[in-house]
Design a protein around this ligand. Structure first.
Ligand SMILES: Nc1ncnc2c1ncn2[C@@H]1O[C@H](COP(=O)(O)OP(=O)(O)OP(=O)(O)O)[C@@H](O)[C@H]1O
Ligand SMILES: [Mg+2]
Length: 280
């Protein structure tokens, strides 16, 4: 298992900026939802947050910009010649309306085309774009595509922390194992600063016996690395993408799964702010 404290790095943002890649081997497990929810909570905690939408599906962008076409996207800077990349990551960033201090670098489907054509430019383009960035962000959250892809490897070349997202299902444990292996490879080959921050369990419906069993299994195997509480399955969370509202502004009844999901994401947002680099 990769250790929990990276030694240096951050790809060029200020020393205090925490860069976190939300990653998973599997699709549809809650990476985008968790990115949005954590951005919402960090923003409401008064932190300045940059969300980088690295997934060519652009779900994060669609939610945050409520379907409006961004003027510029990550692709505009990705396609720059290598000499002009340094510090360009934040150039396309837009402040998200109604989301406190949350900014997004919009994603682009062109990234998928480039990846399929073998023209992404290698595993370190994102890190090069982030070099010498100095916009005072407290946290950079990267919504990743599936963890094996070249695009996702770019996130791991740049981030200090990988936050693994898993849905407790039959194949959930396999997904966590595969993602940890990918993080270990990226750390060994590309980014000594990278470490696993933790594992977040999402869409957990404890009324279902199988889900309870899979949750226990993950807790047994990965113990302290699992960030508790797990995120419950909740209708309000589904609303997050539908309405484009920050999670903390969606109304939730006391003791409802939505309220518990919000509180869990708040706890995890606070935990992100406590991530510490290794000092030795
Ligand atoms: N806690 C939750 N309760 C209910 N629904 C949830 C919860 N978390 C995520 N979902 C829903 O599950 C679906 C998949 O979530 P999401 O899009 O965040 O996954 P993803 O890992 O980003 O998927 P992809 O791999 O396609 O990018 C969405 O419809 C989302 O609203
Ligand atoms: Mg997604």
């Amino acid at each position: 298992m990769v250790g929990c404290t990276p030694d240096e790095g951050g790809g060029g943002f200020a020393v205090a900026t925490r860069t976190v890649a939300l990653t998973a081997e599997k699709g549809g497990v809650g990476k985008t939802t968790s990115t949005l929810a954590l951005a919402s909570e960090l923003g409401s905690l008064g932190r300045k947050v940059l969300v980088v939408d690295l997934d060519p599906q652009c779900d994060t962008t669609t939610t945050l910009l409520r379907g409006t076409e961004p003027e510029r996207s990550l692709w505009d800077v990705w396609a720059l010649p290598p000499k002009r990349r340094s510090g360009a990551l934040t150039a396309p960033a837009v402040q998200v309306e109604g989301w406190d201090q949350v900014f997004v670098v919009p994603g682009s489907p062109h990234l998928r085309d480039a990846e399929l054509a073998g023209q992404l430019g290698g595993p370190t383009v994102l890190a090069e774009l982030a070099e010498a960035s100095s916009d005072g962000f407290d946290v950079v959250l990267i919504d990743c595509p599936r963890s094996g892809s070249e695009l996702a490897v770019n996130a791991l070349s740049f981030a200090q922390w990988a936050l693994i997202i898993v849905n407790p299902s039959l194949y959930g444990e396999h997904g966590v194992r595969a993602t940890i292996a990918t993080v270990q490879r990226a750390r060994a080959q590309l980014n000594r600063s990278l470490a696993v921050a933790g594992i977040v369990l999402t869409s957990v419906d404890r009324r279902i016996a199988r889900v309870r069993e899979r949750t226990e299994e993950l807790l047994d195997l990965y113990g302290p690395q699992v960030w508790e509480p797990a995120i419950p399955y909740s209708a309000e969370i589904l609303e997050l993408a539908e309405t484009g509202l920050p999670l903390h502004r969606i109304s939730t009844r006391k003791d409802s799964p939505g309220r518990r999901a919000r509180e869990a994401y708040r706890t995890h947002a606070e935990r992100i702010l406590k991530l510490r680099r290794r000092t030795t």
